[in-house]
Design a protein around this ligand. Sequence first.
Ligand code: 0L1
Ligand code: MG
Length: 262
Amino acid sequence: MITQEQIKQIATYLQDAEYEKREVVKVTASIKPDLTFDEAYLVQEEIVRMKLAEGKKIVGPKMGLTSYAKMKQMGVDEPIYGYVFDYMLIDNGGQVKLSDVIHPKVEAEIAFVMGEDVEGPGVTGAQVLAATEYVLPALEVIDSRYENFNFTFPDVVADNASTSRVVFGTALKKPDQFDLELVGTTITINGEIKELGAGAAVLGHPANSVAMLANMLARKGEKVKKGDIILTGGITGAVMLSKGDVVSGKFDGLGEVAFTVV
Ligand code: 0L1
Ligand code: MG
């Protein structure tokens, strides 16, 4: 059992690490060795409450660890979710400041802009596509707050799924114009292709990721909401970033997203 005091203590520990841009020892090796998956989401919810109380706004939920290979590696059978906030957004073509983050990595994702609420359980990818207003390309900068990226599944859930910065593309496309599972994607850094993949890397189809999110949220009586902009999970592996990197994500038919690391 976790107490309300422990939830607040862990949430503050992780949020301070984020705001002070420093690594911390994982929760399961310090404050709460037996932190469970459900308790970790209670910590994440507390972090969300704390940020909302500071006046920060939710852009939308994000899904993480959405490839079957990553799930197998972590010994879990479903992905995780977290929340993107307004202060995390970087303009397309803008700059990610290394002094604002700890040890960032970038991954390429497809984002969904929801035109209608989607409420689980039992939501399918087809229902998600019917409720989607637009899709757009994105680069997500993840930045685990844990020392040496050493964390367990509950640790990363508590840490808001490593969410740190997001650069959205500027072209909005209707989802029925594409076979999103076939969208070929590359990440290029300083002119060299570092990672590549196709939309199917995300649970077979990125819409399945939103469906799974709706079904996971339904367990606590929540839903995917009209207006949410949802990151569906990495199509590519995550690449470490260094000062001076010029980063570009190219998504066949969806466009390009870019930023520079300064
Ligand atoms: O967005 C995500 O896929 C979350 C990744 C969490 C694990 C990590 O920090 O590598
Ligand atoms: Mg991600």
